[in-house]
Design a protein. Sequence first.
Length: 99
Amino acid sequence: MTKLSVSTLVLSALLLSSCIHKMDIPQGNIFSAEDVQKLHTGMTKEQVIAVMGSEPILLNTFNDNQMNYVYTLKPGGESMVEKSVILTFSHGRLSKIEK
C-alpha cells in the first residue's frame, strides 16, 4: 500500500467514527420537577404513586416508611445526569420530601 492509500484509509476511519450514534440510556423512575412540586405532606402512598407515575425503583426493605425515586440519564457522549427524591412517611402519610 502506498502512503496515500494508508492516509486515505485512516482519514476515512476517523470520519466514520465520528458519525456513530451513541444512544441515551435512561434508568429508574422517570419523573419531572413538576411531579415533585405536586407532592405535599399528608399524602398517602397511593396518592404519591399516582403523582410520581409508578412505584419507586428502590424500596428500603428495612424501612417501609421510605420511598426512594431515582432517575439517571446517560445521554450519548455526555456525562450522566441523576435526579433523586427520598420520601418519608409517618403513620401512612407523607411527612418529609428530600430532593
